[in-house]
Design a protein around this ligand. Structure first.
Ligand SMILES: [Zn+2]
Length: 232
């Protein structure tokens, strides 16, 4: 998508909030953030039903974890990319909560996620959070929380350094960059707990891996992972 088109869509989203975040068409009374057509046709993974899914395989041998899933497949230029863009840059806070509820509804049907004690969003650095106004992963976590009736802890895991946009870095540099980015405050609040770690999009898994290493230092019981989208 070129810059002008993107800018126009961002403006349209501000001026006409009743447009679908997936396809940009008008949405009707009773629909929220996504039109019915998108809700039925966006590419769901059903990974919550398949423990050996591609997100889980991404983390095999890298970190100890219980379950891992993402709600949707992310493809460049597809509707899911529009949804993620709306979530991150168009101030669509309600969309984040809705996507979280969609994840939570699925996790409530999957046995591996039933004993979660605490939901922790991947944190933004506080400077980035204040310039964006919200942490999109926290919104997703709040939606999962209301569907599962499990509380969110968004102040124990913190991001201590701002990372540059990582898209142009090689895989190894991305991992090296993430090593010292996160830390945990009040570790005792996490000890012995089954934690659900929540992110917006999983690509290389470097962010999740770095968070998981810090969480495991607190003596957590189990770690599970959930995201809105998975980019292969
Ligand atoms: Zn739509």
């Amino acid at each position: 998508m070129n810059f002008v088109k993107k800018l126009f869509q961002d403006l349209a989203a501000l001026l006409f909030p009743n447009l679908c975040s997936g396809c940009g068409t008008d949405i009707y009374h009773g629909e929220a953030f996504l039109c019915s057509k998108c809700l039925f046709t966006i590419p769901y993974t059903d990974y919550h039903l398949h423990p050996d899914n591609k997100v889980a395989k991404q983390f095999w041998g890298r970190i100890p974890f219980n379950m891992a899933m993402a709600l949707l497949y992310f493809k460049k230029g597809g509707k899911v990319q529009n949804i993620i863009h709306s979530l991150k840059y168009r101030n669509q806070t309600g969309l984040g909560v809705k996507l979280g509820e969609m994840i939570g509804d699925r996790l409530s049907l999957a046995s591996g996620y039933m004993d979660i004690d605490l939901i922790i969003p991947v944190p933004l650095h506080k400077k980035r959070k204040s310039s964006r106004g919200y942490n999109q992963s926290e919104l997703i976590a709040n939606g999962i929380s209301s569907a599962l009736n499990v509380s969110v802890n968004s102040d124990s895991l913190i991001r201590t350094t701002i990372t540059d946009t990582q898209t142009k870095k090689g895989r190894y540099m991305r991992f090296e960059n993430m090593k010292t980015v996160f830390s945990v405050k009040n570790r005792e609040n996490l000890t012995g707990k089954h934690i659900l770690l929540v992110d917006d999009v999983i690509t290389t898994g470097a962010t999740i891996e770095a968070c998981a290493i810090e969480l495991h230092k607190c003596g957590i019981k189990k770690l599970s992972i959930a995201a809105v989208a998975f980019a292969e």
